[in-house]
Design a protein around this ligand. Structure first.
Ligand code: MRU
Length: 343
């Protein structure tokens, strides 16, 4: 059984250390807002919804320590720029801090718990919607880790697989290893094996050959930020996978809660893309494959244009193109004041 990735305790927030998986199952206890910020930066906790949930608990811890709400929010907002769930959660927490009455720590803790529970409920709901897209015996490809580990629990893309299985379907998963940090190989494969799924790891360059040689029914990925027109930022390599899927007429689905949608951005060009240290590419699992003198470009995310996305699966249903009007109707008619919020 999967250990809880994010667990509130009396002492603080207990996080499953995702840097150590799958070889060690260890936890880190974060007792203050700074340790939460560092856990997000160092990717102890990662995945867009999970970052938002952890940051929400971080705001509660800040109130317990007597750190100002503004300073805590500013520190947490500076950790990772692409996943909009982080900014969405901070905005929610600031609102509760400003508008409520009574002990700020208790109010913020209650709100963090609510955000956490709501994320799991959204994932279960989007999973139910998404599983209807899969045949009874489905072979799917996923990229990075959009599972329980990346969310409050249950997962988005992996939530669709779980819901399909709950509906009596058989799901065979191919997981891209996801260079450079190997979230697919280390996290998705581990999470799915723990949960009894049939999963096979492929390197990122193998998905084309897989689609050429075997029936693949769908590609399903998560998202870090979806712009108002449906352009989707997700882990680097997602765009390549979408291009190959289009070439092979394999449906390409994005599964994400509405907290991942940023209605303030008209399209994907405005999505801030995190660039990480080149040493992540120069080494594989701690072993150097390049000398430090070799130049490296290491964007952590790419943007898949909406035209390559067959459907966006949300907790409110399956959206089809054109995504502009479909998303606008969910956010109350469109405009820039949607649920998502830019950094
Ligand atoms: O750099 P990471 O591991 O935080 O990137 C995670 C992803 O790209 C996920 O696919 C995305 O956050 C969706 S998680 C439900």
């Amino acid at each position: 059984m999967l250990p809880e990735p994010i667990l509130w305790t009396e002492e603080g927030l207990s996080l499953l250390d995702q840097r150590k998986l799958p070889f060690a199952v260890e936890r880190i206890l974060c007792g203050d807002v700074e340790s939460i910020a560092e856990a997000i930066e160092k990717m102890v906790v990662r995945g867009a919804p999970a970052i938002g949930v952890a940051a929400a608990y971080g705001m509660a811890l800040a109130a317990r320590e007597g750190v100002s709400c503004y300073a805590a929010s500013k520190r947490l907002a500076a950790t990772r720029p692409t996943a909009v769930n982080l900014f969405w959660a901070l905005r929610q927490m600031e609102k509760v801090f400003t508008e409520g009455e009574g002990d700020p720590f208790l109010r913020l803790l209650a709100e963090a718990r609510r955000i956490h529970d709501e994320d799991i409920a959204c994932n279960r709901s989007l999973g139910r919607h998404g599983q209807s897209l899969l045949p009874g015996d489905a072979t799917v490809i996923t990229h990075c880790n959009a599972g329980a580990l990346a969310t409050g629990g249950y997962g988005t893309a992996l939530g669709v697989f779980r819901a399909a299985r709950e509906a009596g379907k058989r799901v065979t998963v191919f997981a891209d290893e996801t260079r450079p940090r190997l979230q697919g190989a280390r996290l998705t494969a581990w999470e799915l094996v723990e949960d009894g799924f049939d999963v096979t790891v492929i390197t990122d360059g193998m998905s084309g050959a897989l689609m050429q040689t075997r029936p693949v029914h769908a590609v399903i990925v998560g998202a870090d930020r979806i712009a108002a027109n449906g352009d989707t930022a997700n882990k680097i390599g997602t765009y390549n996978l979408a291009v190959v899927a289009a070439r092979h007429h394999v449906p390409f689905y994005v599964a994400a809660p509405l907290s991942t949608v940023d209605m303030s951005l008209p399209d994907g060009k405005a999505i801030p893309i995190e660039e990480r240290d080149g040493d992540e590419v120069r080494a594989v699992a701690g072993a150097d494959v390049l000398p430090p003198s070799i130049a490296v470009w290491n964007p952590a995310f790419d943007v898949t244009p909406a035209e390559l996305v067959t459907a966006i699966v949300t907790e409110r249903g399956v959206l089809r193109p054109p995504y502009g009007p479909a998303l606008a109707s969910l956010f109350g008619g469109g405009g820039v004041a949607g649920k998502g919020a830019s950094s």
